[in-house]
Design a protein around this ligand. Structure first.
Ligand SMILES: *[C@@H]1O[C@H](CO)[C@@H](O)[C@H](O)[C@H]1NC(C)=O
Length: 216
């Protein structure tokens, strides 16, 4: 007789929840806690604006993963705070570094923009833009990947490292498939009347938490 496999208990997938006023809280350094964001349609991007509010007390001489989008073989789109306190955007291996004020306990509002046509990229902190940099003109971000908060996957959804994990709070996460104007980025920062995000939107987010992540 075939052995009866123990029932897999899927973690609750919360669909399209309005997280207005809430945050994902990662209370401790782990290599097991993370949030997977569900996508309505596959990412296949030639431009994007990614915004989020991040609060953390992690010291700046540590890598901190802020956002990871990985397909089977590649880290397609990763945002980090590096050992030296710079913020970086990587599209597969090539990356750029921005020297801006580091994470802090009160929270920073961060937006990253990138456009394939020009390769133009910038980091916005609390509505203010960094110097513009150039990254991978002509590149396209591939579909069929997974977006994770809290950990950096070194393989397809595995091989997490505690020392790279995120500890703190992430909220107000929005992503658009185009570059927003400076005026709209200001509005996103002020959390005041801006267009609905068409990749994911904090006010209608589908996600799945694993491990010690509190939504509050
Ligand atoms: C910070 O660290 C990154 C990644 O190691 C490196 O590429 C970059 O040049 C460094 N920037 C500064 C200003 O030290």
């Amino acid at each position: 007789m075939a052995a009866v496999l123990p029932a897999m208990i899927p973690e609750a997938i919360i669909s399209a929840l309005d997280l207005f006023g809430k945050a994902f809280i990662f209370p401790e350094e782990t290599d097991t806690s993370y949030v997977v964001l569900s996508l309505d349609h596959p990412l296949n991007l030639e431009a994007f604006t990614l915004c989020m509010k991040v609060a953390s007390e992690l010291s700046s001489n540590r890598e901190v993963i802020l956002f990871a989008y990985r397909t089977k073989d590649y880290d397609e789109l990763n945002v980090w705070q590096e050992f030296n306190g710079t913020f970086s955007l990587y599209l597969s291996s090539p990356g750029v570094h921005f020297t801006v004020p580091g994470l802090n306990t009160f929270g920073s509002h961060i937006c990253v923009t990138w456009d394939s046509k020009s390769g133009h990229t910038a980091l916005w902190v609390n509505g203010k833009r960094s110097v513009r940099k150039f990254l991978r003109p002509g590149h396209r971000i591939s579909p069929q990947g997974t977006i994770i908060l809290g950990q950096d996957p070194d393989s397809f959804l595995g091989s997490f490292e505690k020392v790279q994990s995120f500890v703190g709070e992430i909220s107000n996460l929005y992503m658009w498939d185009h570059v927003l104007s400076p005026c709209i980025i200001q509005r996103v920062f002020l959390d005041h009347s801006f267009p609905k995000a068409n990749i994911f939107d904090w006010q209608s987010l589908s996600y799945e938490c694993t491990g010690n992540v509190i939504v509050e």
